[in-house]
Every structure is written in structure tokens, then in C-alpha cells.
Design a protein around this ligand. Structure first.
Ligand SMILES: *Cc1c(COP(=O)(O)O)cnc(C)c1O
Length: 295
């Protein structure tokens, strides 16, 4: 086997494509919008999840771990991605899931087990304490030595991996948008920007204000300092994490009809719906060039 870096070559198709969107709602306001199709870099792993995992997988290998342990909700893309990457790169994986077990397993968790992930469940109160030493010690007693990946895969190495997304973009732009769950993606994208460029995150969960401190913490963990070139929009959660409304479903159907792309309803559709609402409310001056990241 080559070095862990060589191993990863070819697993993801990078750089991901940038696609111009033609839409009269944009032309009316003189706004240019391109989609950064990070969702196309690997058929099994959403793009930002791969970017967040890659340096962590290298670190796990270098530190001699053969097992990854991570945390997530029952619909977590990060759980799926960790299971797929673990199987591909030869790590055992343990997924610690919030809440009770429900059988049959939903599509995400069934997928994870098919990729060899061992699932275990923590009640909500214990799950909230998942970073505390006693909870972690109990998990390591049970599953053996594990490389720990936080919920959503967001840590300093993840932020550094995501920042590379920005360096792939060779056209000029003013604003870059992403959906925000744990904040790692926004932290990395903002860290990769230059000059007057700004990043705009759309929180996909209710009460997303707490994410501001989280994004700052993650940037400090990665680089020692936080940047001031980003904001988080908290009004487009559509009822909360993994909740949907008729308005969101209508937006997705309409977007598919116009552009042949079906944005993921847990994340990307909320971001795009929020972004179009801003554009139609005249929030961006004519000539603004925006990139929306689909992961
Ligand atoms: C996880 C995920 C996000 C959010 O990323 P965070 O780093 O947790 O904020 C956005 N879009 C998709 C498709 C995702 O899977």
C-alpha cells in the first residue's frame, strides 16, 4: 500500500464542476449564480463529507488506528459517509446514533450497516454529553481504541479540507453560499476566501444562532484565528433539522423542473430556497456574482 495520501487519489473527482444557472429570477435582479457541484465528486459520499474526512483518515492511519468512531442523528449524511469511507479505506467503523433504535432501520442507517458500520444508540440526554470523558470512556471500553470523529465530522482537520474547495474555483465571485448543519463547511469555505469575498451559511436547524460560536471555534481549532467574512442566515430551517414543509417541497419540484437538478431536502434545498428569497427581495446589488455549493 502507498502512503495514505496516494491512497485517496482517484476516490473523488476533483475539482468538482461549476455550473452557471439560467433563471429569470436571477436575470431580473442582474445576479449571476453558479452551482459548485460538490455532490458529484463521489457517488457514495456528499462532497463536503469527503473533504471533511480526508485529512482525518490520514491522521487516523498515521496515528495507527484501525477503527473510526463517530456520532450522528438517524438521518446523518456524515454517518453514511464515514461508513462508506471506512469500508473503502479499510477502517472498522462505529456509529453512535442519537435516540432510540427503530426497526426496520431507515435508508441511511441500513446503508451504513451494509458498509460494515456497527451501530449503537445513546438516549438524548447521554447523547448531549457525548464529548464528556465518562461517555467517551464507556464507548472506548466497549469498542476498543478508536479514532474519534465529532458529530458531522467537523473539527480542525475537516475545516482545512473544506477550505480547499475555494482554491479550486478559478472564476471571480463575490459571495459563496452553503447549507450549515454543524458549521464545519462554512468555517472552511470562509477560511479559504480572499479580499472582499464573503460566505453566507443557511442554518438547516432551528435556533441556528449558536452556530456562530461554533464556526468561530472550528476556525480557531484549524488556524488559531477566526475570520469575520461570513454570516449565518437562521430563518430558513423549515421547521427544524430533517423537517420539511409544503413550501420546501414545492421549491424542490420547481427547481427540478427549471434546472434538472433535485436539491437534497435536508440541506441544499433550504439553502437555495433562502438564497432565492434573498435575491427576489433585492438583497444583492446588480452584478453580484454568487456561488452556491451543493454537497
Ligand atoms: C453535512 C452536510 C451539510 C452541512 O455541513 P456542516 O459542515 O455540518 O455544516 C450540507 N450539505 C450536505 C449535503 C451535507 O451532507
Amino acid at each position: 500500500m502507498g502512503s495514505s495520501e496516494d491512497e485517496q487519489v482517484g476516490f473523488a473527482s476533483l475539482p468538482s464542476p461549476l455550473v452557471e444557472l439560467h433563471d429569470e429570477r436571477l436575470t431580473r435582479h442582474g445576479v449571476h449564480l453558479q452551482l459548485k457541484r460538490d455532490d458529484l465528486i463521489n457517488p457514495e459520499i456528499p462532497g463536503n463529507k469527503w473533504r471533511k474526512l480526508r485529512y482525518n483518515l490520514q491522521a487516523a492511519r498515521e496515528e495507527g488506528f484501525s477503527r473510526l468512531l463517530t456520532f450522528g442523528g438517524a438521518f446523518s449524511n456524515h454517518i453514511r459517509a464515514t461508513a462508506a469511507a471506512g469500508q473503502h479505506f479499510g477502517f472498522e467503523t462505529v456509529g453512535v446514533i442519537r435516540g432510540e433504535e427503530h426497526n426496520p432501520l431507515n435508508e441511511s442507517l441500513a446503508y451504513a450497516t451494509k458498509r460494515g458500520m456497527v451501530l449503537t444508540y445513546l438516549d438524548r440526554a447521554t447523547y448531549r454529553r457525548k464529548t464528556e470523558p465518562d461517555v467517551l470512556a464507556a464507548l472506548q471500553d466497549r469498542f476498543g481504541p478508536c479514532y474519534l470523529l465529532p458529530e458531522g465530522g467537523s473539527n480542525g482537520l475537516a475545516v482545512r479540507g473544506v477550505a480547499e474547495l475555494v482554491s479550486e474555483i478559478t472564476t471571480d465571485f463575490d459571495i459563496i453560499c452553503c447549507a450549515t448543519g454543524t458549521g464545519g463547511t462554512l468555517a472552511g469555505i470562509a477560511a479559504g476566501l480572499a479580499g472582499q469575498q464573503r460566505a453566507l451559511g443557511f442554518a438547516v436547524l432551528k435556533g441556528g444562532q449558536f452556530l456562530e460560536e461554533e464556526v468561530r471555534r472550528l476556525q480557531r481549532e484549524a488556524y488559531g484565528v477566526a475570520t469575520a467574512n461570513w454570516t449565518i442566515e437562521v430563518d430558513f430551517h423549515f421547521g427544524g433539522y430533517a423537517k420539511r414543509t409544503l413550501a420546501l417541497d414545492t421549491f424542490i419540484a420547481d427547481f427540478h423542473e427549471r434546472h434538472g437538478v433535485t436539491p437534497d431536502w435536508v440541506y441544499e434545498a433550504k439553502m437555495l430556497c433562502g438564497l432565492f428569497a434573498h435575491i427576489e427581495a433585492g438583497a444583492f446589488s446588480s452584478g453580484t456574482r454568487i456561488i452556491a455549493v451543493l454537497s
